[in-house]
Design a protein around this ligand. Structure first.
Ligand SMILES: Nc1ncnc2c1ncn2[C@@H]1O[C@H](COP(=O)(O)OP(=O)(O)OP(=O)(O)O)[C@@H](O)[C@H]1O
Ligand SMILES: [Mg+2]
Length: 485
């Protein structure tokens, strides 16, 4: 991680350094250009009237031909006063008639008059004209027409920055700009290094913080969180990583608790299966060993015990199978419309014998009209079976078990299974729907899975079950079933 942050740091630094050099280059180039234009424009403005004055105070033509003496004097005077200029005398068509220029030769014979006319016509314009010595090069100038009886007979054309002048200013500008550039680049460079270092350090600091926390989490410190205080993209990333860590931790906890339940389940199953199996084995062995010594009545008693233990094992295995399928979401409800009265009548028939054997008053209080409900009929049958089995098992001889239906709503009915049995203590009541929860007061030896199955089936139907109970008074379970409309 250290390497990564370092390389990111250096890559960012290099990137900014390149940007810095490019910006410096652009800066130098633009300053150079604008300072050049500035000095040229200033020079042209200041020297604008030069050609006009020269034209006013001299008469270079006499009767249409050049006055050589006058022209020489003129050139001489101008050059003495201002040696940085070059003076040209043009005829009315732009042809160079005479000139005074100290260096090099003149290569152009004729000059373009357009810039000269523009200069004369517009007093404000910044304009460049041809340099007779360097065809293709543009220079600042001053120009004026020479008038003879109101008629333009020629032009005075003065190049303001002569070659000598230009070479000197160029050299000075060059030196000056190198100094300026070096200063500017150095100042910017140090400022950028200081600012850049802090900015990059600030950015990589948070990235480092994230990477350290992620690394710690990876190594098993599940409590580690980033908790970035600053705002922005990085804190969004950090918050998301924190949220992800929370999810991972809660998933791990869930897996752990499921694993704990699974272990409990296995130990409960093996314990519960061992009891009936031991009794089956014990009685069967006794029957085999003492076969001749035992009388018929005892043998039947032993065989009945074996039979009931076998039934218990069978019921346990069935219940386990059912609850594990329900818990693994392998059971799908196949909802259909059926008559609740018919289902309950069937249930009464099924449990009538059991009720009679215990002299329990088993009543059903169904609604008058035939109510149709919408649910999975097979699963509902299982719900009633478990609840009625519990009610009959926990009610003493002479007690009452009653099924009642209330249709006090258009969309659902309320089913209640009520008994006058042993009841459930308030300490036990919250846990009776848990797997393997068996009451301490019941005489019946069940698997403790019946109510867990009931709850799961009703959950599949998105239904809730309520229980009310009082010790030695009785218990009632009730839930609502949707009515078919
Ligand atoms: N109607 C009831 N009256 C009194 N106690 C009850 C009643 N119904 C349930 N209980 C208590 O709740 C416990 C859990 O019931 P549950 O049906 O889940 O298991 P079980 O009846 O013991 O076993 P199984 O139903 O698997 O044979 C019972 O052991 C019992 O103590
Ligand atoms: Mg039960």
């Amino acid at each position: 991680m250290k390497n990564l942050s370092n390389s990111l740091f250096w890559r960012l630094s290099l990137f900014f350094l390149v940007i810095l050099f490019v910006i410096s280059g652009v800066y130098i180039y633009t300053t150079h250009n604008s300072s050049l234009v500035y000095s040229q424009e200033t020079s042209q403005r200041l020297n604008r009237p030069l050609a006009e004055r020269v034209a006013k105070f001299t008469k270079p033509f006499i009767d249409g031909s050049i006055n050589e003496e006058e022209v020489e004097k003129l050139f001489h005077n101008v050059m003495v006063l201002n040696p940085s200029v070059e003076v040209y005398l043009l005829d009315e068509a732009g042809k160079i008639l005479s000139y005074y220029a100290p260096f090099g030769e003149v290569k152009l014979e004729r000059l373009n008059l357009d810039p000269i006319h523009q200069f004369i016509d517009n007093k404000e314009v910044f304009i460049k004209g041809e340099d007779p010595r360097n065809p293709g090069l543009q220079k600042i100038f001053s120009a004026a027409g020479i008038l003879d009886n109101e008629r333009t007979v020629g032009y005075i054309y003065i190049i303001l920055a002569s070659e000598e002048y230009t070479s000197v200013t160029d050299m000075l500008a060059h030196n000056y700009q190198i100094k300026l550039a070096t200063k500017a680049v150095l100042i910017t460079f140090f400022a950028a290094i200081i600012i850049g270092f802090f900015v990059i350090w600030y950015l990589t600091k948070n990235i480092n913080k994230i990477s350290v926390a992620v690394n710690r989490f990876k190594q098993g410190d599940l409590k580690t969180r980033i908790r970035l205080e600053s705002k922005g993209e990085l804190s969004v990333l950090a918050n998301n990583i924190d949220a992800m860590a929370d999810t991972i931790v809660s998933n791990i906890n869930e897996i752990r608790s499921v694993e704990k339940l699974r272990k409990e389940l296995i130990s409960n199953i093996s314990h519960d299966l061992r009891t009936p199996l031991t009794s089956i084995q014990g009685y069967a062995e006794t029957l085999v060993l003492l076969e001749e010594k035992l009388d018929k009545k005892t043998k039947i008693k032993y065989l009945n015990t074996i039979l009931s233990s076998t039934q218990r094992v069978k019921k346990m295995v069935e219940n386990l199978f059912e609850i594990s399928k329900l818990e693994a979401h392998q059971v799908e409800t196949k909802k259909e419309t059926f008559s609740i009265n018919e289902l309950l009548s069937d249930m009464v028939m099924k449990f009538d014998l059991m009720a009679k054997s215990k002299s329990i008053d088993f009543k059903i209080n169904v609604a008058d009209n035939n109510i149709l409900v919408f649910a999975d009929i097979a699963l509902m049958e299982r719900v009633f079976q478990n609840l009625l089995e519990n009610a009959l098992n926990h009610t003493r001889e002479g007690g009452t078990v009653q099924i009642a239906i209330k249709n006090n709503s258009a969309s659902s009915i309320e089913v209640t299974i009520k008994d006058t049995g042993v009841g459930i203590s308030s300490e036990e009541l919250p846990y009776i729907f848990d797997r393997y929860k068996k009451g301490a007061y019941g005489t019946h030896k069940g698997t403790g899975l019946g109510l867990a199955i009931v709850k799961k089936i009703l959950e599949l139907h998105k239904l809730d079950i309520k229980v009310e109970s009082e010790l030695n008074v009785g218990t009632s379970f009730s839930f609502r079933l949707p009515v078919y409309s």
